[in-house]
Ligand binder design. Sequence first.
Ligand code: SAM
Length: 277
Amino acid sequence: MKETGSATAVGAAMLKAAHQLVDGDDKLLTDPVILKLLGPETEEYIRDFNYHFFSGASMALRTHVLLRSRYTEDCLAEAYQNGVRQLLFLGAGLETFAYRQPDWAHNINIIEADHPASQADKLERLNNAGITLPENLSFVTTDFEADDLFNVFRASKLNLDEPVFTACLGVLIYLTRDTADKIFRFLGGLPAGSEFVFTASQNRDNAWATTAAERSAAAGEPWITYFEPEELLKQLKDCGFSKASFLTTEETEKLYFEGTKVRLPLPARMSIVRAVI
Ligand SMILES: C[S@@+](CC[C@H](N)C(=O)[O-])C[C@H]1O[C@@H](n2cnc3c(N)ncnc32)[C@H](O)[C@@H]1O
């Protein structure tokens, strides 16, 4: 990770920001805060060079980044109905849920965990944008590769004796396989009712994935860890999750595209997993 923080976190934020500006009224995710975090110059750039965002690769990646957040927020709302009151973002990047949270979420203990450099960049952006930190939010710095997650979170405001909804979006691909396994074991040991929504990429050759992987590597954050779906679902069960499944393309279409004028393409393959203890 660079001293200036994660470039891919800013890249994901750019795609979310572009969605607010170039994709029309029907949105996969409505996120006014992301534009504030990126600042007026970025907004101007997106408006002036909006054609950059209409390549096949950019649109496919935009669907992926928006969908993972939207699905997470919908699963969180369900988990809230079932009594879950803790939300943990692992590798939060420029995640904005806490700063635009609906009224019901004010009862949730929200924790954003990230690499120190990325978190410092985010805090500076929040400060520059004049965004007030909500009272139910706290921050944890950690290097997932190096740290013992149990020790890190035992020392945080997370109550490890109560269910936790964890989101880990666009992160595992940058970590070693051992570190991903460590995360599965840690989260699989949380109390019943806990949930985990995350992205697990399959290594497939296609134009947009190749472009995105090349850009990421050039930014110093290469894609290194991929998963095979069947093997991953079995591993999650072995780690303590009672149910685990990928969000399918059919479900995605039904939930988020049918009857809308969303202009983005459907995802070509499954990459978002929901696991429940
Ligand atoms: C592509 S960004 C995703 C950000 C956000 N979850 C989203 O969906 O936009 C990857 C995130 O993983 C974090 N990350 C990568 N390696 C890490 C590590 N070893 N320890 C902690 N965080 C890490 C980065 O700091 C960054 O915030």
